[in-house]
Design a binder for this molecule. Sequence first.
Ligand SMILES: [Fe+2]
Ligand SMILES: [Fe+2]
Length: 480
Amino acid sequence: MNIVNVDYDGLIPNNVALGRDVRVKRALEKWHPGYINWWNDMGPEGFQESLVYLRTAVSVDPKGWAKFDYVKMPDYRWGILLAPAHEGRKIPFGRHRGEDAWQEVPGEYRAMLRRLVVIQGDTEPASVEQQRFLGKTAPSLYDMRNLFQVNVEEGRHLWAMVYLLQKYFGTDGREEAEALLERRSGDADTPRMLGAFNEKTPDWLSFFMFTFFTDRDGKMQLEALAQSGFDPLSRTCRFMLTEEAHHMFVGETGVTRTIQRTCEAMKEAAVDDPYDVEKVRKLGVIDLPTIQKKANLHFSLTLDLFGNEISTNAANAFHAGLKGRFREERLKDDHSLESGVYPVLRLIDGKIQNEDAPALSALNMRLRDDYVHDCNNGIGRWNKMIAEIGIPFEIRLPHVAFHRHIGEFAGVHTDTNGNLLSDAEWEKKKSYYLPSDGDKDFIESLMQPETEPGKFAGWIAPPKVGIDNKPGDFEYVKIA
Ligand SMILES: [Fe+2]
Ligand SMILES: [Fe+2]
């Protein structure tokens, strides 16, 4: 079978010759009903019978890997798709650099590798759970379709990780695969593994911020895992990144269109002061300071996903050749990091300052720096939109020490510029930096569904082009 094309004959579409791998095929077929139960219970609520215009991967050829069609989400063909193998691939970093990439799990790193796969896997169903009620308040059928596209692909990403667990990790892999269906986002007893994936995604601005900031963390993690010396992990992450690009798109353009509508409404009504929140809100759009607060919230929650700035786990995973750096192949150094330093922002004697740390220990910090850089590129495009319409306002990322729960700054409060605040000052000021109950209520009041083809809720501008080049009034979801 050609690796580029996908075998769609069986229950589980795949390009890993599952038909010839009876043990794994059976294990996945056994796991499948539990997955469908999970999807029906925790997937998009109220739309399981609707026909949604979705893309499905039919190939892993970058030039044409997807086809679009109407499908009921529970009938979506979730499959196992690995990017094509690179003949003779070598481990690109760490102490095994230059050796042949592993096609089987190296025994000495089994536990570490399983943990990396499980943590990545856990985030995928979590975000579906977080977003499950949003269909009911979609600002358009176009947006609703994008939400569901992201949801089914996160479901597929779960399949991607479960395949690795079932194929390469025996009994404990099977147990981990079951557990991935048992944890629930936000549940007090069986929460998802990482904090940001237990937060609520209560409204569409949160959804766009989540896909902009938190899916972008996903992208960074996938980029780092795509470097892995464990070749099956590398190949599965490479294909996941193809899908992830759409999630970034949904987040970035979603916020851009929200900002655009706000700025246009202000211009139309000759409201010049972006800080005159009451006046702006009367126009039925989300004021820019509140959009800034939402960005502050989602950025800070997402930074926690990078873990401790100084981390032995990260050092070990790199040293072992399991998890690399962002775009490792483009970096010009020895790829072993056994010497050398990296500047880490720390809290020293009550002051936030840079301190050089061994480069190997500072890998989380480094990935986080790459992430912040990537975020800033997107925010630049938001600000370009604001400037083009002519409103005096700029969205800015808060300081990395702001509102943190993990790492160096977990124990302190700061303002969005990174100035330390006492507990009392924080309590007094936090509603300037983070959405207040009043802000949340206002946003919620705007979340009225718009289900007529081609129409959009008043707080968001239409997109420039449709999905799959469809016309503006295309019926992306046929609501049942
Ligand atoms: Fe994902
Ligand atoms: Fe994603």
